[in-house]
Ligand binder design. Sequence first.
Ligand SMILES: *Cc1c(COP(=O)(O)O)cnc(C)c1O
Length: 365
Amino acid sequence: MIPFLDLNEINKPYVRAIEEASLRVLRSGWYILGKELQIFEKSFADYCEAKYCVGVANGLDAIGLILRAYDFPERSEIIVPANTYIASVLPVSYLNLTPVLVEPDPVTMLIDPHKIEQHITPLTKAIVCVDLYGRSCEMDVVMDIAIRNHLKVITDAAQAHGAFYQNQKVGSIAHATAFSFYPTKNLGALGDAGAVTTLDADLAEKIEYLRNYGSRERYKNEYLGVNSRLDEIQAAILNVKLPFLDKDNTRRREIAKRYLAEIKLQNLVLPPADRISEDAWHLFVVRHSDRTSLIRHLDQAGVQTNVHYPLPVHKQKAYANLNHLELPITEKIHDQVVSLPLNPILTDQEVSHIINAVNSFENQQ
Ligand SMILES: *Cc1c(COP(=O)(O)O)cnc(C)c1O
């Protein structure tokens, strides 16, 4: 069986370096807000071509801390994509802001920038763009709408480390960008971790306060902050892995390119192929009207798949207040998507096996 993602194998090349880095932190006697985090923040800001990076505890908090820092009045409306993981929307709700769900473009499955403006009201304060599956949203259109309507743009780039939009690095385009380093992401820690990148010095500074009880100087609290810090061991592990992110993304792009060229199954919708070398290919998401049979077929052929995601945010029990919404494009996507294995440790033979397994589905229909 080709596993969807084998984290043990993903991290194998780094075992020695991770052991050394962890031991170094252990022996330093300094475990929170120290040297490793400082190094990581500097390196990740440089990597993203952003001015500032603030490490936080996870991706969810990265989005939440950006929203908190902007200090929008309660009940402000925040535009969010309807096709996303629930973590993009929850932070809006926590702060008593109102998420306004916008349908995706059916081809890219990302927020449809041409549907944003019709949802803007006098209460709208920000747009959350989610670079889902590793592809940047149409940022020229989004930023133009934001500027004309005096809105902030927040990117959820939890799946898009190292992606580009028109030669600009994700992390340097929106007013603020949230990253997750959850172990399965393109850059993954061995636990929870996240970061905010921005070009805005005031915003970066405020998030530095907010992540640590509203304090940058011991026992002096400027804001009602939270505890959301990126710890030294995770920062040290990320320092080990960051230098290899581009190499990993290059391998992801090679595999995506092969899938796009060699998968020839009628009625299977492939992801867009127009930005192979810009997208970060966190996931390779295909669509089929008979998803259940395709998954079963692939499983029998020794290919493990996944579904990102089976139930949309507005149909979740947790969002009972949104259950009445009808978002047909989003709902259809959730009924049809299947993610094929795509990660930097897949061998050429495994990629061929996956392609053949998909292509042989036709015969069974
Ligand atoms: C993983 C993910 C998050 C949340 O990241 P955590 O570190 O798990 O909090 C948010 N948004 C998207 C799109 C994600 O994939």
